[in-house]
Design a protein around this ligand. Structure first.
Ligand SMILES: NC(=O)c1ccc[n+]([C@@H]2O[C@H](COP(=O)([O-])OP(=O)(O)OC[C@H]3O[C@@H](n4cnc5c(N)ncnc54)[C@H](O)[C@@H]3O)[C@@H](O)[C@H]2O)c1
Length: 398
């Protein structure tokens, strides 16, 4: 098929490269000219394992084109346009910022091509799309939804082997084209209405941080009770109804999706309409975890009579350079405010605005070394050497 991907971020680029490598023609449009010029030069603008290999494959690359101008696209011949623009949180209104989506939908509406399957991959409630459609004069029923579940760090694997494919829409013909596009995938396809398709996305992104917050609260209680964290969590996770996957304590959770999607989930209803005490408190639980981690670190520093902390890992998780809502940066700032000599080490990320170390060998004083998430064996071996040489201390939340 002939596809257009609007927005070449984590979702757009992975989706487009994935479909191109399966034989489709893909035109990418992104307003960020810098990104487009890198892509034209065969460079991937961010780190995602495996993406560069697929992107630079000559056959795949020959099926792709890149532009920052909607006018350069052959819309007449396009079957599906995937909207993959960012949907951040508007800090003033505490609701989703639809500016990027509105600008994409305005461009599409001007095409006047009723056959085009306009598919929103961005995470956005249908009531927000409806507002945008009303504003730009487009029929909301023309829009289909195909929420994205990829995880940064394993996004390529998630594209080719998704746990499920979700399609939401009201137009059977458009849905059947998406079905056709996804027919080679070995995953259950759920076809549903627009609101249900986005509820699947939003409630999945509610359950995941809920689970992470539960395990963090459990870890705080175990710490308070002087229990053995490894034994207790293993004992809980071995219950087959609970499971041990995705059940590891962390300094706090973060990332480009969970925080903003959780804020938006609480916008699905007005106060008093429905009582959701667990869902409405997940963010607070995580804020408490961030502060708890900072207090834990400062109490170790004071017990050990040292003042240096090295945070290993700048992003919100392993195998990504995405710094959006990274707990490391929050914890770093809170430590600096407490006059701690905090610095960050990350092999993949440029950290110009922060105290950072490029080379672990530069550490000479006794330091509290904190793993923000599990790291590769080779780096761990290096850290173990530093710990011995400098008599430093290791802290991991798990
Ligand atoms: N990143 C993830 O792990 C992930 C996973 C699942 C779902 N999502 C959702 O997918 C959406 C995209 O997320 P992302 O992380 O890929 O975003 P991103 O910020 O990495 O990329 C968005 C891109 O869209 C471009 N853009 C903005 N407005 C545009 C327009 N009008 N026309 C063309 N290009 C435009 C931007 O320049 C940017 O390159 C969000 O709604 C997000 O919640 C993200």
């Amino acid at each position: 098929m002939n596809l257009v991907v609007i927005g070449t971020g984590y979702v757009g680029l992975v989706t487009g490269v994935g479909f191109a490598s399966l034989g489709n023609s893909v035109s990418f449009v992104d307003l960020d000219e810098n990104k487009v010029s890198k892509l034209k030069d065969k460079q991937v603008p961010f780190y995602e394992p495996g993406l560069e290999e697929h992107f630079q494959d000559n056959e795949t690359f020959s099926r792709m084109s890149f532009t920052s101008s909607y006018d350069e696209i052959d819309w007449e011949d396009t079957d599906v346009a995937f909207i993959c623009v960012q949907t951040p949180n508007n800090l003033e209104t505490n609701s989703v910022d639809t500016r990027f989506l509105e600008s994409a939908i305005t461009e599409i509406n001007n095409l006047n091509n009723p056959k085009l399957v306009v598919t929103v991959k961005s995470t956005i409630p249908p009531y927000e799309i409806e507002k945008v459609c009303n504003k730009v004069g487009m029929d909301k029923n023309e829009i289909t939804f195909n929420p994205e579940f990829l995880r940064e760090g394993t996004a390529i694997e998630d594209f080719f082997q998704p746990d499920r494919i979700v399609i939401g829409g009201n137009d059977p013909e458009k849905i059947s084209i998406l079905r056709e596009l996804y027919k080679g995938f070995d995953a259950e396809l759920i076809e549903t209405d627009p609101i249900s398709s986005q509820l699947i996305k939003y409630l999945a992104n509610t359950y995941l941080p809920l689970r992470l917050s539960f395990v963090n609260e459990a870890a705080r209680l175990i710490d308070h009770s002087n229990g053995n964290q490894v034994d207790v969590l293993k004992g809980i996770g071995l219950d087959s109804r609970i499971g041990s996957h995705y059940f590891r304590p962390s300094p706090a959770w973060g990332g480009s999706c969970f925080p903003k999607d959780l804020i938006e989930v609480n916008n699905f209803y007005k106060e008093g309409e429905v009582m959701l005490p667990i869902i409405s408190n997940i963010i607070e639980s995580n804020d408490i975890q961030t502060k708890w981690t900072v207090n834990k670190l400062t109490s170790i520093l004071s017990n050990e009579n040292i003042n240096s902390v090295l945070l290993i890992g700048a992003a919100f998780k392993e195998d990504t350079d995405d710094l959006r809502n990274s707990p490391t940066l929050d914890i770093y700032k809170m430590l600096i405010q407490k006059d701690v000599n905090a610095f960050i080490y990350d092999e993949m990320v440029e950290l110009a605005e922060y105290n950072s170390v490029d080379n672990l060998d530069d550490i000479s004083d006794k330091t509290l070394v904190v793993l923000m998430y599990p790291i590769k064996k080779t780096l761990m071996e290096k850290i173990e050497t530093i710990l011995t040489e400098t008599n430093s201390i290791l802290y991991t939340p798990w």
